[in-house]
Write a protein of this length. Structure first.
Length: 308
């Protein structure tokens, strides 16, 4: 691959959003959703930040859609792919409106909702919301427990330290039974133990090597709550694919495209050998929405179809 076509990421795991993406309008988002929906992709994820601390803006940028509103919009623009937040910051949400929003999305999408949740890391967001940062793990646990209670019980009752919910009928329940799958983000021991209680784990890829996954999965498997999940538990890698070049897509043709597809397939096989079950589609350098749509279709034809 010609050297001038390779542009390294600013951070090993965080790819800056292209400049053109900050100017997308509703029809543009619908075009992207349609291209994904028409291909063989599994789903569409939206990350959650309510606002960005100033010191993080150079790395992560200031432009963040409201995650729950975005996945509702995407669900209404698609018919097949699943939708999820990756990850939902659980302590930011009271469980009653959160359960309502998520169950509504699941109903209106025909049961295509996944829930990926974590405890958050942006201290300034917690300060502005008035949520104690040091208690975010305990709050997240109660939030998820209360959401499940609302989803599953005819007469929901939850009596926790942070939330008390009773005396209320709650409908609609989610379409998916017994509930939408829940995946837990984070790499700490509490996060791993939390993941063992649910349906999967999303490692936080920042400053985290994919080779660390197998021993941490051993820790998850050792938890009592993991019993019976050996065949269903998912490990979803949300970061960039380690060791993968990031070319200027429009500059590739012929042998360059074939070489890049081969490299992607080789790196995906490596991730699968480490126990990764789901991977975020890698993002090349693109100069426009048209470039990106071309890439999504190419990736579907040259990579996704070879994985099935």
């Amino acid at each position: 691959m010609p050297g001038q076509n390779h542009i390294p990421a600013v951070d090993e795991h965080v790819i800056p959003a292209p400049e053109w993406s900050a100017h997308l309008q509703a029809p543009d988002f619908q075009q992207i959703a349609a291209a994904v929906d028409e291909g063989g992709y599994y789903g569409i994820t939206i990350s959650e930040h309510l606002a960005m601390p100033y010191f993080e803006v150079p790395r992560l940028g200031p432009y963040w859609l409201d995650a729950l509103s975005a996945i509702a919009f995407i669900a209404g623009s698609t018919r097949r792919v699943r939708v999820t937040t990756s990850v939902l910051v659980a302590p930011y949400h009271h469980p009653l409106p959160l359960a309502k929003t998520l169950s509504t999305i699941d109903v209106l999408s025909g049961g295509r909702l996944d829930v990926a949740a974590g405890v958050g890391h942006a201290v300034r967001e917690f300060e502005v919301l008035g949520i104690p940062f040091g208690e975010r793990g305990a709050i997240a646990d109660e939030t998820l427990q209360a959401v499940i209670e609302l989803w599953s019980s005819d007469k929901p009752f939850f009596d926790g330290r942070y939330f008390q919910i009773n005396g209320l009928a709650f409908e609609p329940k989610p379409v998916q039974k017994p509930r939408p799958p829940i995946y837990i983000g984070g790499n700490s021991k509490p996060a791993l133990r939390r993941a063992a209680r649910y349906d999967g784990w999303e490692p936080n890829p920042t400053a985290f090597a994919v080779e660390e996954v197998p021993p941490l999965m051993d820790y998850i498997r050792a938890q009592q709550d993991f019993a019976g999940k050996e065949q269903t538990f998912e490990v979803r890698w949300p970061g960039t694919i380690p060791g993968l070049d990031r070319p200027v897509f429009a500059a590739l043709s012929g042998a360059g495209l074939a070489s890049h597809a081969g490299q992607i397939l080789e790196r995906l096989a490596h991730l699968a050998s480490l126990g990764i079950t789901t991977v975020t589609t890698p993002v090349p350098v693109t100069a426009s929405l048209s470039d990106y749509l071309d890439y999504l279709r190419w990736f579907d034809e040259q990579v996704v179809t070879k994985l099935s």
